[in-house]
Design a protein around this ligand. Sequence first.
Ligand SMILES: Cc1ncc(COP(=O)(O)O)c(C=O)c1O
Length: 396
Amino acid sequence: MGELRLGWLSDVLGDSPTLKLSGQAKALLAAGEPVVNLTAGEPDFPTPRPICDAALKALEDGHIGYTAAAGTPELRQRVAEYYAERMGVPIKSSEVIVSNGAKQVLYNALSVLLNQGDEVAVPVPYWVTYPAQITALRARMIPVIPTQPGWKITPEDLERAGAGRAKALIFNTPSNPSGAVYTRAELEDLADYFRKTSFFILTDEIYEDLVYTDEGHVPLMTLAPDLRHRIVTVSGLSKSYAMTGWRVGFGIADEKTVSAMTRLQSHSTSNVNTIAQMASLVAFDCRDEVETMSRAFKHRRDVLVEEMSGIPGLEFTVPDGAFYLLADIRGLLAEDRQVGGCMRLAEHLLAAEKVAVVPGEPFGVPNHLRLSYADSEDTLREAGVRFKRALETFGG
Ligand SMILES: Cc1ncc(COP(=O)(O)O)c(C=O)c1O
């Protein structure tokens, strides 16, 4: 009898390295170790109370059956109204799909847009799931490397990378892992470039409410409604509403794309949990709570920036959004020991001072570390103290 062999994907798809590291940190914490965990990809706040109450009521009222695959008509309508106002463009409920988090929106979209061998342009650094999904769909990634400091790509960067031949571009503002936020002017330049191409644009705006600039978040759709047939906006409640575990994401795209995504979803996961959908109906009434959390993240950003500033050899651009700081550690490494440096430093931080961080490699930026500031001010201060102490014994 021949050996049972799993398919190709089981070999090429590794564990999400960020999940693995935060898992290690969580295991140490569970064992009572005083870990300072800067790996979190989720808010540490509770979900706003009215949303929880609506979930309890939905359960009590017996909303326990299937819904339409793309989401309840009421929720799709509510999402359409909310984003129409926010983006300043009309949106129909048939242009909205509710999926299991932004992650599934993205996977549904890529699945129906790509053919095997197609190319997808992705700005560096990128969220680790983008290359994994592209690989799973037997497509190829074109990394787009920013040449200006600050981690934002320009039309010239796209041109240089050959993005024009891509079938799709995955765009992300505010960015995980860099915290970069595109300004209106930068987006306008990019939109001009997009007009000269024919690729689909998946714009991942899941951190749209966590922006700390005066200008705030500018949705791509607002600036380029003429491209709406090519734009898939990806968002959801996970980050802004402290609802990562509820699994409620939204996709906004033209009817044809949404309909294809819905057919796929109807054969994979079906609808998002019915109780979560019912609760999500009141989410957009909780804007005060979202504001409060966003202000807290801004303060924490300032705290972490203060702690990490002035460390010789450590460089970073102050993040304008999300809850991550991406630090360049090349200056902490010896000239001849750059390879694998961020992994060495991440391991050293955990071993020497029990500080958990995520190395930059999976985001496409070796020699960087991603530090999450989704934690209390005290924890971030303690992280600063331990980080500096750990560097005293770091061999480079
Ligand atoms: C850039 C980005 N997009 C999407 C997601 C996924 O969000 P969700 O939990 O709604 O699937 C994350 C979560 O870490 C993210 O960082």
